[in-house]
Design a protein around this ligand. Structure first.
Ligand code: BES
Ligand code: ZN
Ligand code: ZN
Length: 483
């Protein structure tokens, strides 16, 4: 599978003398230990006294960078500072067209060099493939060396895996509908399975019809392309869980809103990102399989575009879903919950340990928590609190919204079991209540509408597809293996 060009991290015993070097140091580090001339050392010292955090020294034969690690009580915040400093450094890498850099870890604590390397690699992502002069636009960096006695080979391997999985997810999000319809998404998932080592089965329209996945078929009715339903399976012999973890990702390859066409100017302009949940699900399976985590994991991706074609589903339609529930459609733009409902009901057949769905589900989630947090809901306190820890660690933070019974009133319908919209207020929660109806197992819903796609660059998260959810869940599952 082809993914955007990614720099590779490797551990080396000693930095080469003629390559750019990045020293990670504490503010009071004795600078005379670094291989710099006296004037260079004096210059660096004056910068540190001036509280500069990134110092560039253009030595006569190479570039030297000094990154001052600010002391911080909270480790998670410190790691984030490192990722952000790496983004600043990446601007130097781009400007000077470096192909290789050496990170020399002279800081006393663990995790610092890893966070810095992660931030650097994630900052080097570019989605260039459709430019005529894409070679010219490519980021030159191919190799990141790290010299550290606090980083194991395993840490390095995991970092390469998690970063490439984020790249996979970003690539999927960034592909436009013209190049990635529901069928092509399924093919991409198959390629990812081959590359990482998980099984993929794809249901075509006929099979989806035979299974009576009414929600997915309803949303697909306005489309010229058939829907797809992809099932990813990773089941290693040494799996520590008998019942699988199931990841469900919303795969709306483009969301026009359908007949309830998106009403406000510009609101459709980022809707190729409506498959970011699917992209995250693929990224997570990619990471788990590449890292050979001893976990049995299933990924489910229902996919279609949502558009107002001739036969498009219409407001007031009543749809019979995969599990037999009838749904009154009052807004065809609330399509994500229609396709997810079928996938969530399908997940029941696995008797899952836990189901986590990821979806760019509601504009209301963006209103509530903006682009810096994920709105989380669910019926399993323990999993939510574990996810909360992973969120702090990876800076993919979650905020829990309640699924109190009273909110369920808002999706009661006059004509069917439930309706697909819940009125003006608490839109993320009523969407969550809708999904909850189709679950009867431990379950978490992650609304990534705010975090999945950025209109302007935000440090190492970049611009456009961010790969939201991949690092969060990889951390979550890595911890499961250590329990
Ligand atoms: N894909 C959108 C949600 C979305 C909005 C994602 C903004 C990312 C950024 C979803 O399908 C949608 O249109 N939701 C509607 C639901 C409403 C009609 C009940 C919304 O949030 O407006
Ligand atoms: Zn929509
Ligand atoms: Zn949508």
């Amino acid at each position: 599978m082809i993914i955007s060009k990614i720099p590779v991290l490797s551990k080396i015993p000693k930095a080469a003398v003629d390559e750019p070097v990045i020293y990670l140091i504490a503010p009071h580090f004795d600078l005379s230990q670094l291989s710099m001339t006296k004037p260079e050392t004096a210059y660096a010292k004056s910068c540190i006294d001036n509280e500069d955090k990134l110092i560039s020294v253009n030595s006569y034969y190479k570039w030297i960078y000094i990154v001052v690690v600010s002391e911080h009580n909270d480790k998670a915040t410190l790691y984030e500072t490192m990722r952000n400093q790496a983004f600043e450094l990446c601007q130097q890498v781009i400007k000077n067209k470096f192909t290789c850099v050496n990170i020399v870890d002279l800081y006393s604590e663990e995790g610092i060099a890893a966070a810095f390397a992660e931030g650097l690699i994630l900052s080097a992502y570019k989605f260039n493939k459709y430019f005529g002069d894409k070679e010219k636009k490519e980021i030159s960096l191919t190799t990141v060396h790290v010299v550290s006695n606090k980083l194991t080979d395993m840490d390095v391997e995991k970092l390469n895996i998690v970063c490439s999985s984020v790249y996979v997810a970003r690539d999927i999000v960034n592909e436009p509908l013209s190049h990635l319809n529901a069928h092509k998404l399924a093919v991409t998932i198959q390629e990812a399975g081959k590359a990482a080592g998980f099984e993929v089965e794809v249901f075509d329209k006929q099979r989806i019809e035979a299974l009576r996945m009414g929600g997915l078929l309803a949303v697909n009715r306005g489309s010229v392309d058939p829907p797809s339903f992809s099932i990813m399976t990773y089941k290693p012999a040494n799996a520590i869980n008998e019942k699988p973890y199931v990841i469900v990702g919303k795969g709306i390859v483009f969301d026009t809103g359908g007949l309830s066409l998106k009403p406000t100017q510009g609101s459709m302009d980022s809707m190729k990102s409506d498959k970011a949940g699917a992209a995250a699900a693929v990224g997570i399976l990619y990471a788990i399989a590449k890292a050979a985590l001893p976990l049995y994991v299933i990924g489910l991706v229902p996919a279609t575009d949502n558009r107002p074609g001739e036969n498009a589903y219409a407001p007031q339609d009543i749809i019979t879903m995969y599990d037999g529930t009838t749904v009154e459609v009052l807004n065809t733009d609330a399509e994500g919950r229609m396709i997810l409902a079928d996938a969530l009901a399908y997940a029941n057949k696995y008797n899952p340990e836990l189901v986590i769905d990821l979806a760019t589900l509601t504009g209301a989630a963006v209103v509530a928590v903006g682009t810096i947090a994920i709105a989380a809901m669910g019926n399993n306190k323990e999993a939510i609190s574990e996810l909360h820890i992973s969120g702090m660690q990876t800076r993919e933070r979650i905020v829990e919204l309640p699924l109190w019974e009273e909110y369920g009133e808002q999706i009661k319908s006059d004509f069917a079991d439930i309706k697909n919209v819940g009125g003006r207020w608490a839109g993320s929660i009523t969407a969550g209540k809708f999904l909850e109806h189709f679950t009867n197992y431990p379950w978490i819903h992650l609304d990534i509408a705010g975090t999945a796609y950025l209109d302007s660059i935000d440090k190492y998260r970049g611009k456009a597809g961010t790969g939201s959810g991949v690092r969060l869940l990889f951390d979550f599952f890595t911890r499961k293996c250590a329990e």
